[in-house]
Design a protein around this ligand. Structure first.
Ligand code: FES
Length: 131
């Protein structure tokens, strides 16, 4: 099953642009560490502890992953559930990586949060639409 389209982020695109944490890293962290609260995702390379833009997406990834664990296709043992989670497609963020980065830049510009040193810089203001 293919989940990546040109309209969606790739699993290796960063979800947390402040700490360069990809969706794949977050999904694997959830699979291995089984966090119970979204705040525990900060233990995954600091995800969500910078500007805060990615927190709703991290929460959604956790919710989607937990849903996949709780609703296996058929009754299964614990080992089967781990296998099902491992084989489940990672949740999709319905925007391109470029759209995601631009939305985060707009969020930061509006004072939503401050990226830490070393974070992916915010995009320059696109003035082409003003002309
Ligand atoms: S993008 Fe994740 S905290 Fe800024």
């Amino acid at each position: 099953m293919t989940i990546c389209t040109n309209k969606n982020m790739n699993p290796d695109d960063p979800v947390c642009l402040c700490f360069h944490v990809t969706r794949r890293k977050v999904v694997n962290f959830i699979r291995v560490e089984k966090p119970r609260r979204p705040s525990q995702l900060s233990e995954c390379f600091g995800a969500g502890t910078g500007c805060g833009w990615c927190r709703p997406y991290l929460e959604r990834i956790l919710e989607d992953s937990n849903r996949a664990i709780q609703q296996p296709a058929s009754p299964a043992s614990s080992a089967d559930q781990d296998s099902a989670t491992e084989n489940s497609p990672p949740p999709v963020i319905e925007m391109t990586a470029q759209q995601y980065r631009k939305a985060r830049s707009a969020y930061v510009r509006k004072g939503g949060g401050t990226p830490p040193p070393g974070a992916t810089p915010i995009d320059p203001i696109d003035q082409s639409s003003d002309q």
